[in-house]
Design a protein around this ligand. Structure first.
Ligand SMILES: [Zn+2]
Length: 82
């Protein structure tokens, strides 16, 4: 399922396993088991930023990647990110 990751200085839901930058997570679905099941995918995505030699985006981004504006993704709208 889709999640929106928003960089945050405090109250992080998840931290990058490599640089420990914190992110808040907004979920498309509220089911905890679904969210837990999706966490490995999010950590993989955060690691991939480093594998690609790029920085984490300064702005919110979706996992899995979403071609549209992150503000209009299901995770952003249903998760109440904006
Ligand atoms: Zn990182």
């Amino acid at each position: 399922m889709q999640a929106l990751c928003a960089p945050t200085e405090n109250s992080a839901d998840v931290k990058c396993p490599i640089c420990s930058k914190g992110f808040r997570l907004f979920w498309e679905r509220t089911s905890k088991p679904d969210q837990l099941a999706a966490l490995p995918e999010i950590l993989k995505h955060l690691r991939a930023h480093h594998d690609e030699g790029t920085e984490h985006p300064e702005t919110a981004f979706n996992v899995p990647s979403w071609s549209g504006n992150p503000e209009f993704s299901g995770a952003a709208l249903l998760g109440g990110a904006y």
